[in-house]
Structures are given as C-alpha cells and as structure tokens.
Write a protein that binds this ligand. Structure first.
Ligand code: AMP
Length: 222
C-alpha cells in the first residue's frame, strides 16, 4: 500500500501523519522530518537542506528523491508507506512512479487535505512541535494540556524557524507554484481523494482512514 499524503504547509498533514501510520501499520516517511534529522546530526545533507529550508525553498529534487527512495527500500517500509511531504514537485512524482513501476507497484491513493489559504497562514503562525516525535500543537485550535509540553510524550515544544510569518508566506507561495501541480497529477491518475481539512482533527483522521481503506484491495478469497 503506497499512500501519498498531500496538503499545503499547515494543512494538518503533520498532525495526522504519525497516528495514521500507526493506525494503518504503514511506515510514516516524512521528507521534512528526515531533513531535520540530518540537520540535527550535522550531516552534509542536513547542512545543504538547511540553506533551502531557512528560506522556505524546496531542497533540490535529485538529493530529495535519492533520500526518500533509499528510505522506502528499508525493511520496515516493505509492508507499505505513507509518504508525507513527498513528492512536492512533478519531477519527484514522476521519479516515484518510475521507481514503484520497477517493482510492479504504484501509488494507491493520494488523500489531499484541503484548507483555505487564510486558515493555513493562521495555523502556521501558532504552530508548536514536540522535539521527541514531531507531534504538532496549536496555541488556539489544538493547545497541549500544559503549555510548552507535548501531551503524548512529555517532550519540550518548540516553534520551527520556518514557521515565522515571512518564511511561512514563502513556503505557501512555493507550495502553490510547485506542489499544486502534483495534486493535478494524481487527480489525472484517478487516485486523488479530497479531504475537508477544516473539520475537527478527529474528523480529518477518520476521513483519511476511510479514503485509504476504500482503495485497499480486498483480501484474496480463500
Ligand atoms: P515540511 O516539514 O514537510 O514542511 O518540510 C520542511 C522543509 O523541508 C520544506 O519547506 C523544504 O525546504 C524541505 N522539504 C521537505 N520535503 C521536501 C521535498 N519533497 N522536496 C523538497 N524540499 C522538501
């Protein structure tokens, strides 16, 4: 099962991706998280990625594609994956299709979490993320029980540098220019499933699970 989770920065993908992977027993592969891990580890790739992330720009396709395909080849991803934040360009979408086709596979479903631009900007400016696992919180719409502490794992919450108003605005612009065509790409392939991203967090989760289950192949008859 290959799921491509689509949605603009701030659409709630980050909130849904981890629990969705756990619930469906699929590996959660988030390219942004991978870049942040590289950055934390001080790797060359992390330093390269940072120079783009800080400006709200996309990391070049070749390094991004190589990193994600390598991640997808690891044992824990063989039962299926939820791709979160990848592909973000048409070139990435095509590279993914090519790699999957070589294994006789393809993207099964691309749920697209739809949220208005005004709401996206509001959400990005109040977002706090936990250090341990990247769980997302929001000062107004989804506050943690104790300010600054993640309800799930007790780790410290921080604001991402690229959630500053200037960089967040740039990220949205980049999204509309470079990633919106990816939505049309999957629509053209008949795998897009539009999800209302302005309902409750639980409502979005349920809609995502339903959309994914509805595309899952029924088990073969015994
Ligand atoms: P995210 O956590 O998904 O919002 O990603 C944070 C940042 O990482 C983005 O603004 C980009 O700079 C970079 N990034 C993440 N995924 C990709 C991708 N598929 N292609 C290029 N850059 C990416």
């Amino acid at each position: 099962m290959i799921v491509v989770l689509l949605g603009a920065p701030g659409s709630g993908k980050g909130t849904q991706g981890v629990p969705l992977g756990d619930h469906l027993h699929l590996a959660h592969v988030a390219s942004g998280d991978m870049f942040r891990e590289h950055l934390k580890a001080g790797s060359k790739l992390g330093q390269l990625a940072q120079s783009y992330m800080n400006r709200g720009l996309l990391v070049p396709d070749d390094v991004t594609i190589r990193m994600v395909l390598e991640r997808m080849s690891r044992p824990d991803a063989q039962g299926g994956v939820i791709l979160d934040g990848f592909p973000r360009t048409l070139a990435q979408a095509e590279a993914l299709d090519e790699a999957l086709a070589q294994q006789g596979e393809g993207v099964d479903v691309a749920p697209y979490v739809v949220v208005s631009t005004e709401e996206l900007l509001r959400r990005l400016s109040g977002r706090w993320v936990c250090r341990a696992a990247g769980h997302s919180w929001h000062t107004v719409s989804n506050p943690p029980k104790q300010p600054g502490v993640c309800d799930f794992d007790g780790s410290e919450l921080y604001q991402r540098e690229d959630d500053s108003p200037e960089v967040a605005g740039k990220r949205l612009q980049v999204y509309f220019e470079q990633t919106a065509p990816v939505v049309d790409y999957y629509r053209g392939r008949g795998v897009l499933a539009e999800i209302d991203g302005e309902q409750s967090i639980d409502g979005v989760f349920k809609a995502l699970v339903d959309a994914i289950h509805s595309r899952q192949e029924p088990p073969a008859a015994a």
